[in-house]
Design a protein around this ligand. Structure first.
Ligand SMILES: Cc1ncc(COP(=O)(O)O)c(C=O)c1O
Length: 410
């Protein structure tokens, strides 16, 4: 896609009022032309976006402009024009998940966001239980295990045949459940959670629902209102095509400051005495301050400009392609892998018909499998010993899949 086409459609995407989540897959997108936007695929068939999504040339261009400013013009003006990009990034992300911008704060990572939310909910969790499952991300589970050591009643539902049975979740959730925490899409096998059903269960028991969005948002539709999500978080370096160290947390507006209290503070104070001021105000304390309102009270210091301007560009790109179109494009490739890889001796651990961009297969000999795949110029991930994870994206095509299948046939 050339710059002119891109900017035109991206502007339209920014101006559009409907959410990407709600947008039908009606527009035809030329996914062949998308390939030119991703230099990473010139050297290899890159099928590992669940680890890290490559940057598009558009994001790279804006980062170059930023670096140029930081090298040559930093300080002029004191409040740089880049600052506006932060608001745009927030608006674009809010639109993507059907939230209000006032429900979104910047974070440095998904796991940091979930951890901070838990700290801010200590008052709520005390004496209650938390329900999660073993397809949630391991670093998130570690967070809960640490709290279990301190007395939290933690219930980890185990998967059955690589999917979470809603009855098992129902059996674990009770009137004492305060929080249910799940991942939208599992990094282990790409399993797409039935978020609405779990939300209904949680809410029927007075509990809140947190959803880790990182392995889905940008590649599968997310509508926090329709899905009944109370809290959510993600970084941008996977399906939002951004960089590491930058992401978003969603906190439902009526839960801000009450159910989820801010736990890290940063802001300013005013000194009301000499030598700071020549005219102290008798009505004020010596050191006074105004608490920062939500959602900024969930942010500490400067969020990364690099992260924000890259997210602004990449979110425009995702909106412009349309999440429904992206999913349809990727689904054709994952369906093909699901149909063809088991016959080559690689059984799938991803449920059939699953709507996520991640498919995972067991390899009998992971080392030789990876050697063959690498030799063919294909990049996939091998995780948990023998689990071959394949995660195509907008630039992937049937030739990439042919190359992978050809290597595995050898
Ligand atoms: C499901 C899931 N959650 C969280 C993370 C970690 O995210 P972050 O680096 O933003 O903390 C990952 C990373 O792969 C993941 O797959």
């Amino acid at each position: 896609m050339n710059r002119r086409q891109f900017l035109g459609t991206a502007a339209a995407a920014t101006a559009a009022t409907s959410t990407a989540a709600a947008a039908p897959a009606s527009r035809e997108v030329d996914f062949d032309s998308v390939r030119a936007d991703f230099p990473r695929i010139r050297s290899e068939a890159y099928l590992d976006c669940a680890s890290c999504h490559p940057l598009s040339v558009h994001s790279v261009a804006v980062l170059h402009r930023y670096v140029d400013w930081a090298a040559n013009e930093v300080g002029e003006p004191w409040w740089p024009s880049w600052a506006g990009s932060r608001g745009d990034a927030k608006n674009l992300f809010a639109k993507l998940i059907n939230a209000k911008p006032s429900e979104i704060a910047f974070v440095r990572s998904t796991i940091e966001a979930e951890s901070n939310l838990l700290n801010g909910m200590d008052h709520l969790l005390a004496g209650g239980n938390v329900v999660t499952n073993d397809l949630h991300y391991t670093a998130a589970l570690y967070n809960y295990k640490m709290r279990q050591r301190d007395g939290l009643d933690l219930r980890v539902v185990t998967n059955r045949d690589w999917r979470i049975d809603i009855e098992d979740m129902a059996n674990a959730i009770d009137q004492e459940t305060k929080l249910v925490s799940i991942t939208l899409v599992s990094n282990v096998n790409g399993y797409l959670s039935d978020v609405k059903a779990i939300s209904d269960l949680a809410h029927a028991h007075g509990a809140y629902l947190y959803v880790d969005l990182i392995q889905g948002v940008g590649a599968v539709p997310v509508d926090v209102k329709a899905m009944g999500i109370d809290f959510a978080a993600c970084s941008t370096y996977k399906w939002l095509m951004g960089v590491k160290g930058f992401g978003f947390v969603y906190i439902r507006d009526d839960l801000q400051q009450t159910v989820a209290k801010p736990t890290q503070h940063s802001g300013g104070v005013r000194f009301n005495y000499a030598p700071w001021t020549t005219k102290p105000d008798a009505a004020l304390d010596e050191i006074s301050f105004e608490p920062i309102s939500a959602p900024s009270c969930y942010e500490v210091s400067y969020p990364s400009y690099e992260g924000a301007i890259c997210a602004q560009e990449s979110l425009k790109y995702v909106h412009q392609l349309g999440v429904a179109n992206i999913r349809r494009h990727v689904r054709a490739l994952t369906d093909r892998l699901q149909a063809e890889l088991p016959a080559l001796g690689y059984p799938s651990i991803t449920p059939k018909g699953n709507e996520s961009p991640i498919v995972v297969f067991e390899a009998q000999d992971p080392t030789s499998t990876m050697n063959k795949v690498r030799a063919a110029g294909v990049h996939v991930a091998m995780r948990f010993g023998n689990k071959m994870r394949i995660s195509p994206s907008v630039f992937s095509n049937d030739q990439d899949i042919d190359r992978l299948l050809g290597a595995l046939r050898k």
